[in-house]
Write a protein that binds this ligand. Structure first.
Ligand code: DC
Length: 196
């Protein structure tokens, strides 16, 4: 069965938690596409070459979740050749047999516009910064500044900017518990699966 759930949205909106829960519930494979850009960003050297030669070991590095890795990822993600190098892998993953959940910025718009379910998950910058700060610590005002900086770059770039697909379901998790958000997404996926 080919069935893709595309989950896009800005940093720390809850995409990762929702994606993992949906993948677990339906037995789908999950790809955190941000990890690809993070791995390219922290690898150093020429980012295009880094993207073209990315290995599973580099994707398993334990320093990919830091604020610095997020910023580095956002910077290399504006380079069209970097995005092009990562495209086929993501497309194949999305249409693999058995169902797939991908979370990122351009899944419903560029990687898999034919996805059976598309979601655009957001929350206010303050709520997202607070969540990220709980994970990484440090100065919360600095975390908020970095979240806003990354939003501006991810939404403002020319190639595959972050934006909702026309037919995406919007979910604002600012005031929604994670359990409630997961329940809504699972209901949407279950309904779409029943229509097949
Ligand atoms: O989801 P994340 O915070 O791990 O993503 C890190 C950066 O990678 C994000 O700021 C922009 C880039 N990215 C992207 O351009 N396209 C994607 N599909 C996923 C991430």
């Amino acid at each position: 069965m080919i069935f893709t759930v595309a989950i896009d949205g800005p940093a720390a909106a809850g995409k990762g938690t929702i994606s993992r829960a949906v993948a677990d519930r339906f037995g789908f494979a999950h790809l955190d596409t941000g990890a690809l850009y993070r791995a390219v960003g922290v690898k150093g050297g020429d980012p295009v070459q880094a993207a073209q030669t990315l290995t599973p070991e580099e994707l398993a590095r334990d320093d990919l979740r830091t604020l610095e890795a997020g910023q580095a990822a956002s910077r290399v993600a504006v380079i069209p050749e970097v995005r092009a190098a990562l495209l086929e892998f993501q497309r194949r993953f999305a249409r693999r047999d058995g169902g797939a959940v991908l979370d990122g910025r351009d899944i419903g718009t560029v990687i898999c516009p034919e996805a059976e379910v598309k979601l655009y998950v957001t929350a206010s910058p303050e709520v997202r910064a607070h969540r990220r700060w709980l994970e990484v610590g440090g100065d919360e005002a600095e975390v908020l500044a970095q979240v806003k900086d990354r939003d501006a770059r991810d939404m403002g770039r020319a190639d595959a900017p972050l934006r909702p697909a026309d037919d995406a379901i919007h979910l604002d998790t600012s005031t929604l518990s994670i359990d409630a958000a997961v329940a809504q997404v699972i209901a949407a996926v279950a309904q779409r699966l029943r229509q097949r």
